[in-house]
Design a protein around this ligand. Structure first.
Ligand code: MG
Length: 457
């Protein structure tokens, strides 16, 4: 099997392994390209607390300053805080230094446009063109200005959420919440928000020192400590963030993870109950969301997978809520960004209004029976596999805007190429866990059979 590449350059940013492919020279060049792209304007930067962050930050600062950019540095903060401050400060762009849920050896740059959204595919290609051409703006030393620090960025973010949603309604007993911040960028912001909302807060893994107390992906198998703490403290809910605090997973008062696909469903059910409107999500997200929207008389619009696609569609559709099934909630009254802080506020408002426990709220929602698989597939065969799927399902309802999505009798499946690895990503949802497993196994089996029947030359 081919080794997985350690450098990934794409329209959404650059990601690599520090000490290997992600060098200061490469990072500074990308920052020079971005500084050139924004015309030497004002750029907001922030980072997650991984230990390579300081090196990456220094290289980015050098590259941006060399193009004459004025830098506003937020320090360690959630990625959605960078996106919010770009808009609040009317900056020309932003860079979040974070490898999100990836392991400690990785780091990355994510580029934000003047509208606070991650760069779209088209703008990302423009930036990549500038990067590859290497003709960067060179400012004179006399024009360079010191980096401006904004240590209050998290307070601005918390304030924006409180302004949009208000504190939790007064109750005989405040909601008790355990937060697992993965020692990440949400370690300070999370407890501050929860306390501002009026929740009694117990924080675990909230020391942003660069250590990883668990794998950063907030998947159920990584949340044992949080589940235990929810039970031990008799908490009403548990929340888990990833390293840059854009994604959120919820644990019920029973100490059971409810699954990341439910985060957006919970947030949407609260928003639609109070402010009905259009919901936007990606093609791979659970259709339980459609059922929740239908109950409120609202529609769901689906975009390609990726935050930039979802946020772009939300702007066009004037959506009231949106996001992605991996725990990414986007609430436009605050931000056009996947934001775990907004997610926590919406879920707690839902719990407070429902006056029943998280497990009871989840039980009353349409069920989610969704499985995700990776199917080995050589990169040069992916096009043929997708074409064959389209052909064989010509009589079915199919969406081919991002891979191939096919509606089956009681469910659907989606097959998408990976840009970086010799696999396709498969998502299947059906009427029960067993049916979803069967559907995924049958699609994976068909793909494997096609590849075996006509092996690569
Ligand atoms: Mg993330």
């Amino acid at each position: 099997m081919r080794a997985i590449p350690t450098l990934k350059i794409g329209i959404s940013g650059v990601r690599g392994v520090v000490g290997d492919s992600l060098t200061p020279v490469l990072l500074a060049r990308f920052a020079q390209a971005f500084g050139t792209y924004v015309g030497g304007g004002r750029v907001v930067i922030g980072r997650d607390p991984r230990t390579s962050g300081e090196m990456v930050w220094q290289a980015v600062v050098a590259g941006l300053l060399s193009t004459g950019c004025r830098i506003v540095d937020l320090g360690v903060c959630p990625t959605p805080t960078v996106q919010l401050l770009v808009r609040r400060l009317e900056a020309h762009g932003g860079i979040a230094v974070t490898a999100s849920h990836n392991p400690p050896e990785w780091n990355a740059l994510k580029f934000v446009g003047a509208d606070g959204l991650f760069l779209s595919a088209e703008r990302g290609r423009e930036l990549l063109d500038i990067y590859h051409q290497g003709d960067y703006v060179k400012a004179e030393g006399a024009r360079m200005r010191p980096v401006e620090a904004r240590p209050d960025a998290v307070d601005v973010h918390v304030g924006a959420i409180l302004e949009a949603l208000g504190p939790l309604p007064a109750a005989r007993r405040p909601l008790r919440v355990v937060l697992d911040a993965c020692n990440g960028a949400g370690s300070t912001a999370g407890p501050r928000l929860l306390e501002a909302l009026g929740a009694e807060t117990i924080a675990i893994n909230a020391t942003p020192d660069g250590s990883f107390p668990r794998p950063a992906e907030p998947a159920p198998e990584n949340l044992a400590a949080l589940c235990e703490a929810v039970r031990a403290h008799g908490a009403d809910a548990g929340f888990a963030q990833d390293m840059d605090a854009d994604r959120l997973a919820v644990v019920a008062e029973t100490g059971e993870p409810v699954g990341e696909e439910y985060t957006l469903v919970l947030a949407a059910s609260h928003v639609l109950a109070t402010t009905p409107g259009t919901v936007v999500t990606n093609l791979a997200t659970t259709h339980a969301l459609d059922a929740v929207a239908a109950r409120a008389g609202c529609r769901v619009v689906r975009s390609k997978v990726g935050e930039a696609h979802v946020a772009g569609a939300m702007l066009r559709e004037r959506a009231v809520i949106g996001g992605e099934g991996n725990g990414g909630v986007i609430y436009p009254r605050v931000n056009f960004a996947r934001d775990s802080l907004v997610g926590m506020a919406l879920v707690l408002h839902l719990v407070a209004a429902a006056r029943r426990p998280v497990s009871g709220i989840v039980a009353a929602l349409p069920p989610v029976h969704l499985v995700k698989r990776q199917v080995p597939c050589p990169s040069d065969r992916i096009g043929a596999v997708l074409a064959r799927l389209r052909r064989e399902h010509a009589g079915d309802r199919v969406d081919a805007s991002d891979g191939v999505k096919v509606w089956t009798g009681d469910g659907w499946f989606l097959v998408r190429p990976s840009n970086t690895e010799p696999i396709v990503r498969l998502v299947a949802e059906a009427g029960s866990d067993e049916a979803a497993e069967r559907l995924a196994a049958s699609v994976a089996g068909r793909i494997a059979g096609w590849l075996d029947a006509s092996p690569a030359r």
